[in-house]
Design a protein around this ligand. Structure first.
Ligand SMILES: Cc1cc2nc3c(=O)[nH]c(=O)nc-3n(C[C@H](O)[C@H](O)[C@H](O)COP(=O)(O)OP(=O)(O)OC[C@H]3O[C@@H](n4cnc5c(N)ncnc54)[C@H](O)[C@@H]3O)c2cc1C
Length: 505
């Protein structure tokens, strides 16, 4: 029988995407007859941002065999229980998008339906009070949930914040130890076979690197997928007008909190990501509404402590590569598309692309069925993320700037419009297929930004009201009591994954 197996994979780019791909391939493909080569250019460097993540990264760590404490120690990492949104629904408001669910569902009715009904009977605090991660974040507490612990602790969902550069170095060490060959050099030419597949890369010093499958992790430019193969880009800037970011690290003003903060500004929003050794800060903004110099000045004026480096400016266009996989090139990371980091989804999209590629891994015949299915699935996951991000801009009462007026009044994709209609009527949220964001995420943002449905669904009204009132109060108490027994986030880090003895919180 003819052996069609791929024997040589070339990864173009050594940013987070490139090294994640390398680490995953070394763990999950049979390396006895497979060479994995990664080409990166020190001169070009990496984008150097990307510090907040979402819970599925835990599955990636597990899949690749990464020890959580070891990786956090190596990357100055902290834990993340969700995102606090400030001034998004209206100026002066704040809400929390927690990881993990709200409350307990009962007899097939989702918890938020009982919450909506109860809120019609008496004033209720923010739904965050019924989230394990929400309450722990409010108290600055963290513990790794043990699935055998009594409820509600197992509901605690968490992810990580880390230094993107150190995370890349960590993955590089791991990948090189497992046999990945790293080539430093700038790619200046890409040669094609007569059938349009990439044959080899030429480096500035004349070296040639050939391969059978190429993974394009070259960043926004898409060196192979776009510049050579012209896979096309679907532009989403009519819904996501932010196209610039300015980033600057600063000193910590106190112990690192276990959550990201996103504060809406007049023409965009500011991120605040606490690490062990510093704070990551950045302003994502629309260049049509805010000049570059003003963006930098606004970011610097809103830091809580001294900046530690000069500000870095980045440009992007929200959207996705039309064909994430074309010929024998699969794009991952920024080369496959970009949705702004409001919900920290880019690294997840890398992970998702790797998992899908492994599930549809080709042989040298490159069956179009595998490629088409991959492209269909990547389109789906990108569009899900897109809709969830647009939601934050659309559902707002802010009318204090041109930027917010544009966002509030814009048309949204039909898929999102249908979701909003369902919510407005009876508070219904359905997670379709493999959608990334669960019901609790949609509920947190919709209620947090001030869009209450007209009424709860009939099944919630059918429950005995006194029973539900009591159950809701008991649940709230149990979240708080459980959180109060956890160590502080800083103590947990100090005991488990502290990056260096010189750091004191
Ligand atoms: C402002 C901003 C904030 C972000 N925040 C988050 C966040 O909080 N959470 C999150 O999940 N994601 C975030 N992201 C996204 C995240 O940074 C990226 O998804 C991630 O870093 C992956 O980048 P990459 O590896 O695709 O590209 P890059 O880091 O740009 O790496 C590209 C690589 O290709 C190499 N290369 C390019 N051209 C050549 C050439 N000619 N020859 C040789 N090598 C070449 C470069 O040297 C480099 O090694 C953010 C992105 C931006 C812009």
């Amino acid at each position: 029988m003819t052996d069609h197996a791929i024997r040589r994979i070339v990864i173009v780019g050594g940013g987070t995407a490139g090294w994640m791909a390398a680490a995953a391939f070394t763990s999950l493909l049979d390396q006895r007859e497979l060479e994995i080569v990664l080409v990166e250019s020190d001169e070009i460097g990496t984008v150097g941002v990307g510090e907040a993540t979402i819970p599925p990264l835990m599955a990636f760590n597990h899949m690749v065999g990464i020890d959580e404490d070891e990786f956090l120690e190596a990357s100055q990492g902290t834990f993340k229980l969700g995102i606090e949104f400030v001034d998004w629904g209206a100026k002066g408001t704040r809400y929390f998008h927690p990881f993990g669910p709200h409350g307990q569902d009962y007899r097939g009715v989702q918890f938020h339906q009982f919450y909506l009904r109860e809120a019609k009977r008496r004033p209720l605090p923010d739904i965050r009070e019924w989230s394990m991660s929400g309450v722990a974040a409010e108290l600055g507490r963290f513990v790794r949930p043990d699935l055998n612990s009594p409820m509600p602790l197992p509901q605690l969902g968490y992810a990580f914040h880390f230094d993107a550069g150190l995370y890349g170095q960590f993955l590089r060490r791991l990948s090189e130890q497992r046999g990945v060959q790293r080539i430093e050099g700038k790619i200046v030419d890409v040669a094609l076979e007569p059938n349009g597949h990439v044959r080899s890369l030429t480096l500035a010093d004349g070296r040639k690197v050939d391969g059978e499958l190429f993974i394009d992790c070259s960043g926004f430019r898409g060196l192979l997928i776009e510049e050579k193969l012209g896979a096309g880009y679907e532009d989403w800037s009519r819904w996501l007008p932010c196209d610039r970011a300015v980033a600057v690290p600063s000193q910590l003003a106190g112990p690192p909190e276990p959550f990201t903060r996103s504060t809406a500004r007049a023409a965009g929003w500011q991120w605040r990501i606490p690490l062990q050794h510093r704070m990551g800060n950045g302003l994502v903004y629309s260049s049509a509404h805010l000049p570059r110099e003003d963006a930098e000045a606004e970011l610097l004026a809103n830091l809580e402590a001294e900046p530690l480096a000069a500000a870095r400016h980045l440009s992007f266009t929200a959207g996705r590569r039309r064909l994430a996989w074309s010929a024998n090139v699969v794009s991952l990371g920024l080369s496959s598309g970009f949705v702004e980091p409001l919900e920290s989804t880019s690294i997840h999209l890398v992970q998702s692309g790797i998992a899908k590629l492994l599930a549809l891994f080709p042989d040298k015949r490159f069956d179009p069925v595998e490629r088409d299915e991959y492209n269909r699935q990547m389109q789906e996951v990108f569009e899900d993320v897109r809709d969830f991000i647009i939601l934050h801009y659309k559902v707002t009462q802010r009318d204090d700037s041109d930027f917010w007026n544009t966002c509030r009044t814009m048309d949204v994709p039909d898929s999102l419009a249908a979701k909003l209609d369902l919510w407005r009527a009876k508070g219904r949220v359905f997670r379709q297929g493999r959608e990334l964001f669960a019901t609790a995420s949609w509920v947190a943002v919709l209620l947090g930004q001030g869009l209450a449905p007209e009424e709860p669904e009939p099944a919630a009204n059918a429950m005995d009201p006194d029973f539900m009132t009591n159950a809701i109060d008991q649940m709230r108490l149990s979240y708080r009591r459980t959180a109060e027994q956890m160590p502080t986030h800083a103590d947990f880090i100090a005991r488990n994954c502290r990056a260096g003895p010189d750091i004191s919180f």
